[in-house]
Design a protein around this ligand. Sequence first.
Ligand code: SF4
Length: 67
Amino acid sequence: MALTLRIDLDGCTGCACCMMECPDLFDIDDESGQAILLEPHPSDDRLEEAERAVRSCPEGVITLEQG
Ligand code: SF4
């Protein structure tokens, strides 16, 4: 099983909630002011962390695929 995180940047407001919740997975790009993924394919044992990131986004633009 593999994990894939994605951000729909069209809806990203740059609020940084994802980065504050999961700083190992997300950062905010200095130029665009939007989120960037540091780890688009976290290892399976980081499922809980990835799910937390999805929940942290008030815009609902972070998605997680498994498998
Ligand atoms: S929490 Fe969502 S809207 Fe906020 S910076 Fe992260 S991806 Fe963008």
